[in-house]
Design a protein around this ligand. Structure first.
Ligand SMILES: [Zn+2]
Length: 296
């Protein structure tokens, strides 16, 4: 509710001056209104985010996801042709393609990834320039020839694919979409509360976006670490030596630094502490060293 104060006083020349409210009062109530609207928008974004809460049946993790499993799978499949096209089509070497397929299937069949029941597909892309591997929501998993050609052993390939399988079963793609929706909602709220329609609006919007970007960046790093861990579990279950993953990190670190960073490095600039994570995992699971039956 707003009201306007009226004051009456006598001017020096004897005339009566009527003054309507003060400008300060008006600006104050407008700010209050913007804050209220901002809070409502923020609360709406936050509660709709929380309403998406569910427990991941494979990882047991509490997640906030707005897509159903079927939507996730459909969305991933729809993006496949575009991904294949972007990376020069399928690799023409049938033996290399078969190896990627065999190692990928081996990982899924012999680990907890099988219980996720996502329709995994493993594809070697012809792109020999961009060193990368990535997975789409719901299972389609890719590695470029540029990365494939750098790998030295079957276990290293298993490590790369295992990490990508980790992203799929942890539903990181779908989770990122829900977080993006929350970020956009909250960004809108900040802008609405702080922007008075003047020149400060642009700066405020930019700042709010920056904060949003930083939040998403942090989630990205956590996703990478979780996928590293899931990938190591998966490759170990399938009989691959998890210590091989250290070399993959070194290969990726050596190839990084360009404008187009591989998916593995995109959100995590510090391969050093990821290598530490791999070494900790190996020491915990194999305190007496990795037995020779594990494939290198
Ligand atoms: Zn990753």
């Amino acid at each position: 509710m707003t009201y306007q104060r009226q004051s009456t006083r006598r001017a020096p020349n004897g005339q009566t001056i009527r003054r309507r409210g003060t400008p300060r009062n008006g600006a104050g109530s407008a700010l209050k209104m913007r804050l209220i609207i901002g809070l409502v928008v923020a609360a709406f974004a936050f509660f709709s985010f929380l309403s998406k809460r569910e427990v991941n049946p494979t990882t047991g993790e509490v997640q906030y996801i707005s897509l159903t499993r079927d939507q996730e799978i459909t969305m991933g499949l729809q993006a496949v042709p575009q991904m294949v096209q972007q990376h020069g089509g399928l690799d023409p070497d049938p033996e290399a393609q078969a190896l990627v397929d065999m190692v990928g299937e081996n990982l899924v069949r012999n680990s907890f990834a099988a219980t996720s029941e996502y329709p995994f597909e493993f594809t070697l892309l012809a792109d020999d320039q961009v060193i990368n591997a990535f997975a789409l929501p719901g299972g389609p998993t890719f590695i470029t020839a540029a990365l494939f050609n750098q790998l030295e052993t079957e276990a290293q390939l298993a490590g790369v694919l295992g990490h990508e399988i980790g992203h799929v079963i942890a539903r990181h793609g779908a989770q990122r979409i829900a977080k993006q929706e929350l970020t956009e909602g909250l960004t809108g709220a900040v802008v609405m509360a702080a922007c008075d329609g003047g020149s400060s609006c642009q700066g405020t919007a930019r700042m709010a976006q920056m904060i949003g970007g930083m939040v998403n960046m942090k989630y990205g790093r956590e996703d990478e670490l979780e996928s590293d861990h899931l990938g190591l579990e998966i490759m170990m279950s399938a009989g691959y030596n998890p210590a091989s993953m250290t070399r993959v990190m070194e290969i990726l670190a050596a190839s990084g630094g360009g404008a187009r960073q591989p998916e593995f490095m995109s959100t995590h600039p510090d391969p050093g502490n990821r290598i530490q994570g791999i070494e900790d995992f190996v020491n915990e699971n194999f305190p007496n060293g990795v037995p020779p039956e594990y494939i290198d």
